[in-house]
Design a protein around this ligand. Structure first.
Ligand code: NAD
Length: 352
C-alpha cells in the first residue's frame, strides 16, 4: 500500500513515519511539507519516498491509497476533504478541526465520498485505555457516575507566540490541544455517552505577558515568537452532564501548581480507576471487608504503532475503527460548547 505523509514535523517524525516503516504492507511514496527542506530531510533520513511541497501532488497520484495528515489544525479540514474527494483514505491528526463547523463539514464529505476518515485519537489504541474500558464494560466498577479529568502542567506553553498559541491556526489552546485526548478517553471508556449540557470557563493569563513568561519546559520552542500572537486558552475548567457520568475537568498548559497533574479518575459506585495519562492505571475498591488498590500489569505495545497498523488494515478491510470521524466528532461538539459557554459565561444546552 502506497501512502503519503502530509506535514513532516514533530508528530510525523515521532509517530506516523516510524510506524509506517515498521509495517511491512506499507511503502511511503511521498513526504509532503510546505517547507521543502522538512520533506527533503525525511527522504534523506528514511531513505525512501519523494519530497513534495504541495499536497495536491500527492492526491493526484492514483497509486496513493491513503494519507496521514500531520499538519497544524488550520488545514486538517481542507486537506482531509480534498483527499477524500480525490478517493484517498485518511488518518488526520487530532483535533478533528479548529471548530465543530469544520468537523461537521469533514463528516459530511466523508459520508458523501464513502472514504475512511480516522482521527488521530491515539488513546483509543492504547492498551491501558482498552483495559480500563474492559473494566468499565464488565461492570466491575459499578455505575460510573463521575469522571474527573486533570490535564494540568506546570508552565509548559508550547511555542509561545507561534502556531500553537494563535487561534486562527490552532482553533484554541490547552483544551483543543490536550483536552481533546482526555475527553476522548472518557467518551471511549464510558461507551460514548450523549453530552447534554456543558459549562466552561477558559483563561488566558500566564502566557499573555510573553516577554516575562518564565517556563520550565517549552515544547515546540523552535516556533516561539515573542512578537507573535497569543489569543488562546492556557487554562480551562468546566463540567459536562452526559447521559452517563458527569465529567468535570481542569486543564492547563501552564498553572502555578507544584508539578504536572495529568490523570483521569473514573469514579464508580463499586470501584474507581485512576489512569495516569500516558502510563499505567490503579484500581481502588473494597474486597472481603478491606479497602484494596492494585495496578494491573498490562502488556502494552506502542499505541501509535497500534493506531497505524489498524489504519492500514482498515484501508484493506474497510472495517470501521473506533477512531472514525462519526464517533469522534462528539468531542469536537463538546469542545465547541466549552468555548461557547466560556465566551457567553453561561451553560450551553446541547441539541441532537
Ligand atoms: N496524537 C498526538 O498525540 C499528537 C501529538 C502532537 C501533535 N499532534 C497533532 O499533529 C498536528 C501537527 O503537530 P506537530 O506538533 O507535528 O506540528 P509541527 O509544526 O511540528 O509540524 C507540522 C508540519 O506541517 C507543515 N505544514 C503546515 N501546513 C502544511 C500544508 N498545507 N501542507 C503540508 N505541510 C504543511 C509544517 O511546515 C510543519 O512541518 C497537530 O494537529 C497536532 O495537534 C498530535
Amino acid at each position: 500500500m502506497k501512502v503519503g505523509v502530509i506535514g513532516c514535523g514533530t508528530i510525523a517524525n515521532a509517530a506516523h513515519i516510524p510506524s509506517y516503516l515498521n509495517n511491512s504492507k506499507v511503502e511511503i511514496k511521498y513526504f509532503c511539507d510546505i517547507l521543502p527542506e522538512k520533506a527533503q530531510k525525511c527522504v534523506e533520513k528514511y531513505g525512501c519516498g519523494t519530497a513534495v511541497q504541495d499536497y495536491k501532488v500527492v492526491l493526484a497520484d492514483p497509486e496513493i491509497q491513503a494519507v496521514s495528515i500531520c499538519t497544524p489544525n488550520n488545514v486538517h479540514a481542507e486537506i482531509a476533504i480534498a483527499a477524500m474527494r480525490a478517493g484517498k483514505d485518511v488518518l488526520s491528526e487530532k483535533p478533528t478541526a479548529r471548530t465543530y463547523a469544520e468537523a461537521e463539514e469533514m463528516l459530511r464529505v466523508q459520508k458523501e465520498t464513502g472514504r475512511i476518515l480516522n482521527i488521530g485519537v491515539v488513546n483509543r489504541f492504547n492498551d491501558h485505555v482498552n483495559a480500563i474500558k474492559r473494566y468499565i464494560d464488565s461492570g466491575k466498577l459499578g455505575e460510573i457516575f463521575h469522571v474527573y479529568v486533570s490535564f494540568r502542567s506546570f508552565r509548559s506553553i508550547p511555542g509561545l507566540g507561534g502556531a500553537f498559541t494563535t487561534k486562527a491556526i490552532a482553533g484554541g489552546g490547552a483544551l483543543i490541544d490536550w483536552g481533546v485526548h482526555y475527553l476522548d478517553i472518557v467518551m471511549y471508556c464510558c461507551g460514548d455517552p450523549k453530552p447534554l449540557t456543558v459549562t466552561g470557563e477558559t483563561f488566558s493569563r500566564l502566557g499573555v505577558d510573553k516577554a516575562n513568561y518564565l517556563y520550565e519546559n517549552m515544547w515546540a520552542e523552535d516556533t516561539k515568537d515573542l512578537n507573535g500572537t497569543y489569543d488562546v486558552d492556557d487554562s480551562v475548567t468546566g463540567m459536562i452532564r452526559t447521559s452517563g457520568p458527569v465529567i468535570t475537568f481542569n486543564g492547563a498548559w501552564a498553572q502555578n501548581i507544584d508539578a504536572e497533574e495529568a490523570y483521569i479518575d473514573f469514579m464508580g459506585d463499586k470501584g474507581g480507576i485512576r489512569l495516569t495519562y500516558g502510563s499505567t492505571f490503579t484500581v481502588y475498591t473494597q474486597e472481603n471487608g478491606t479497602l484494596i488498590e492494585y495496578t494491573p500489569k498490562v502488556k502494552a505495545r506502542n499505541h501509535f504503532q497500534n493506531e497505524i497498523d489498524a489504519f492500514v488494515d482498515c484501508v484493506e478491510t474497510r472495517e470501521k475503527l473506533p477512531s472514525h470521524v462519526d464517533t469522534v466528532i462528539i468531542t469536537a461538539k463538546m469542545m465547541q460548547a466549552i468555548y461557547d459557554s466560556a465566551a457567553a459565561h453561561h451553560e450551553i444546552q446541547l441539541e441532537d
